[in-house]
Write a protein that binds this ligand. Sequence first.
Ligand code: SAH
Ligand code: SF4
Ligand code: F3S
Length: 456
Amino acid sequence: MKYHIITFGCQMNISDAERVSAILESMKYKKTPNVNEADLIVITMCSVRQSAVDRVHGLVQKIKKLKAKSPNLKTILTGCILKKDKKIFTMPTGRQVKDFDYVIDIRDIKKLPKILAWSNSHDRRELTTLKSPNDYLNITPKYSSKFYANVPIMTGCNNFCAYCVVPYTREREISRPAEKIISEIKSLIKNGYKEIWLLGQNVNSYKDPSTSFGAAQDKGSGQAINFPTLLKMVNDIQGNFWIRFTSSHPKDFNDEVINALAIGGKITPYLNLPVQAGDDKVLKDMNRHYTSKDYKNKIKKLRKKIPGIAISTDIIVGFPGETKKQFKNTVELFREVKFDMAYINKYSARDGTAASKLKDNISIFEKKRREKVLTEILKQTALEKNKKLVGKKAIVLINENRGKNYFGKNEHYKTIKIKSDKNILGKLVKVKITEAQPFILSGSILPARSEAEDKT
Ligand code: SAH
Ligand code: SF4
Ligand code: F3S
C-alpha cells in the first residue's frame, strides 16, 4: 500500500506530518511522491489564513477525480483545522462523507491503524472519544531530512492574539517532558544531524510537565525546567550541531532568555521575534501585551548582549481599523529596528477569533500597498546588513541543490548560494562571502588548507 502526504503550514505541521508518516510506515505503507499511484492520501492542513484553507478546497476537486478512477482510494484530513471547516469537509451527503474519508485531530493520530480499519460512518463518530493529547508528540517521527530535524518541545497556545486561529486549532499549551526532548536530540546527533529546531507556538512558555506540575523536582535544584534551562541542557549535549528555535512571543522574551542565548555555543545567533505591528493601539487590539517601545528595548538589550545577532519578524498589515497613521508607526519601527528578514502577512479574518467580530475594513489594495512599503524598507535594511558580510568567512549547512548550485544557511540563518562540483548536500562547509543581495548571499568554498589553518 502506498501513501501520498501533502503538508501545508509551518514547521510544526511539517513535524506533525513526520509523525503521521512514521505511523503509516509502521503499518507497512510506503511513501510515494506520485499522487496518482497512492492508496491513501493524507493532507495536513493549515488554517492560519483563508488562502491556506482555499488550497485544500482546490485539492478536494483533484481528489474527487482520483476517487472516481480508483474507488478504493482513502483520504485523510488532519493538521490545523477550524471547527467550521471540519464540518464543511465532513458533512455527510447521504451515506457518504463529503470530501474526506476521515478527518482526524492530530492528537488522535496514534489511533490511525484502528481508524483505517473502520469501515462506516457510525464508527467515525467515535473519534471524539479517542483523544490522547499528551503523548502524540512522543511518536518517533519519520524525519524528512537527514541533517536537520524539527523537535517539538510544546504545542498549542494560550495567548489568544485577536487575529489568530492557532489556540482554536491546536487548543491549549502542552509541554513535552524535557527528558523525552533530550533523548530525541541525543539520538539525532548520534545519527549525524547538524541542525536541531526546537519548536513551539510560544517556546518561551515551555515548562517541563514533570517538574512544573509538582511531581519530581529538577535534578536537585528545586526549579522547574523552563525554556532557558532547556536551551542550556540542549547546548550541553555533546556533538557538532546547531540549535535554532521558533516561535518566541515578545511579551515572554525576557532577560533570562536573552542570557541563555548569549551563552552562544551551539545556540545560533538568529532570532525570530514577531512584532506584528508597530502601533500601540493596534498591538492592544491584537491582544499582544507589549508596546512598540517594549519591543524595541528588548531588541536593544539583545543586540548589546549578542552583537551581530540576526533578527527576523512577522507582521500583519491591514488589521481591522489600522489607520494610515497607525501603519506609519510600523514603518517607523521597521526603519529603526532594521530587520534581517520579515514575514509580512496581509490580515485575513479567521472564524471564531476576536478580530473576526471587527469589520475587515482595509481594502486588499491598501493591504498590498502596505505590504510593499514594508518590503521596500526590508530590502534596504537586509541588503545593508548583508553587504557588511562580503569578504567575511562563514560556516554553511548545505540543505538544497539545483545541479551544481548548492544552497544553505549560515549560523545567522542567511541563505548562501555556493557552486560546487562535489556533492556537498548535508555538509557543513566553510565559505568566503563574495556577493550580497537583500535575501541571498553568494559564497565560494574555502580550500581545505585554509580550513586546517583556521582550526589551529
Ligand atoms: N506562534 C507564532 C505564530 C504562528 S502564525 C507566533 O506567535 O509568532 C504565523 C504568522 O502568521 C503570525 O506571526 C502572523 O504574522 C501570521 N498570521 C496569523 N494569523 C493571521 C491572520 N489572521 N491574518 C494574517 N496573518 C496572520
Ligand atoms: Fe497565534 Fe498569538 Fe499564539 Fe502565536 S502567540 S500562535 S500569534 S495566538
Ligand atoms: Fe498553520 Fe497550524 Fe502552523 S494553523 S501556521 S499549521 S500552527
